[in-house]
Design a protein around this ligand. Structure first.
Ligand SMILES: [Zn+2]
Length: 344
């Protein structure tokens, strides 16, 4: 049995590892520069499927690279100091991977099993029902790089309908994309609104809307009825920026268009309450702290510490379209940590 908070029933590993800040961000408790976001699985799978269809093999590789870089940064942060010395020793390194496997529950990544581990040589992990496999491959490669301190290469294959096998092996060569996908660092706005918090574990009370399944290692959103998972915020920003460099400006427009139908679904479900729902939804998902003003046909959003702009723009435009009956004209302005989206 997984240990849960007696009050809100959320697995204790979530409050042990992550903090929901009043400024609309989620960060790793031990590495506060590492930001996370709750990703909507249907929306995310639609995004990578469409990108793969248009751009091919470069897409899974981009997701792996972005995730690898950030996983390494995160685990380097976790293992800073004496704890790292223990974790990287011959006795400690297997234990370090067991701990990483545990974190898959908190993140909703699917259920992993370590099949084989040879220190500084290779690691093989099976996961049942994971999210997009390139993400876990990146995590495993980044972890191997940080714990075993070796350059590596990796691959994955489906070994049954539900299970994917990941293999990472040491190599002498540095990854050719080593200098790219660097963590996207941005000044954060630290002011915020304190959410109501669970007296047991300190997580926001509203987070109980997400149900952690301790058998499947899934997280289900009981309000929107979909799977979600926690993912590195900087990973996604780094990946999107890299794709913008590769593909050009059309990338932003494409991502926006892909997200509009998702916003329309929210508009349909909540009607005029969709804007209020979204303020709370974004905050819980670590996508920023939003305020809005709605006056006739004008809706003005101010979002501090915002998630990737085209995704927010697409979602909010879809909601506008459904609630106000026509597509908005959108004006975007970014100043410091604040994104202003005006829709008329
Ligand atoms: Zn609690």
């Amino acid at each position: 049995m997984v240990k849960v908070c007696k009050t809100c029933k959320i697995p204790s590993i979530v409050s042990r590892d992550q903090v929901w800040n009043p400024n609309g961000t989620i960060v790793a408790k031990e590495v506060p520069t590492f930001r996370l976001a709750v990703m909507e699985w249907p929306q995310f799978s639609n995004l990578y499927t469409s990108l793969e269809k248009t751009f091919g093999e470069v897409i899974p590789n981009c997701f792996t690279q972005g995730t690898r870089k950030n996983a390494k940064t995160y685990i380097d942060g976790l293992l800073a100091g004496p704890i790292g010395y223990v974790a990287r020793s011959s006795l400690g390194s297997r234990k370090a991977y067991d701990t990483l496997v545990e974190t898959c529950l908190g993140l909703g990544y699917g259920r992993p099993t370590i099949k084989d581990y040879k220190r500084k040589e290779s690691i093989t992990v099976d996961i049942e029902d994971t999210v997009y496999p390139p993400l876990f491959l990146g995590d495993l490669r980044g972890a191997f790089e940080s714990v075993d301190r070796v350059h590596n290469q990796g691959r994955y294959e489906a070994i049954s309908k539900t299970t994917t096998r990941f293999t990472v092996e040491a190599t002498d060569k540095e990854d050719p994309l080593e200098d790219r996908f660097n963590t996207y660092d941005r000044h954060l706005d630290l002011t915020g609104r304190e959410p109501e918090r669970c007296k047991g574990c300190g997580l926001p009370v509203a987070l109980a809307r997400f149900k952690w399944d301790d058998k499947a290692f899934h997280i289900n959103d009981s309000v929107l009825g979909e799977r979600v998972f926690l993912f590195g915020f900087n990973d996604i920003i780094a990946i999107m920026h890299e794709l913008e460099t590769l593909v050009g400006d059309m990338m932003r427009g494409m991502v926006r268009e892909m997200t509009v139908p998702y916003g329309r679904e929210i508009g349909k479900k909540f009607g005029t309450k969709a804007f209020d729902f979204t303020v709370e939804d974004m905050r819980l998902k670590g996508m920023g702290l939003a305020y809005y003003e709605w006056d006739d046909n004008n809706v003005k959003w101010e979002i501090s510490n915002p998630f990737y702009t085209p995704i927010l723009d697409g979602k909010l435009s879809g909601i506008y379209e459904e609630v106000l009956g026509r597509a908005p004209k959108v004006d975007l302005k970014r100043e410091g940590a604040v994104l202003t989206i005006t829709m008329i």
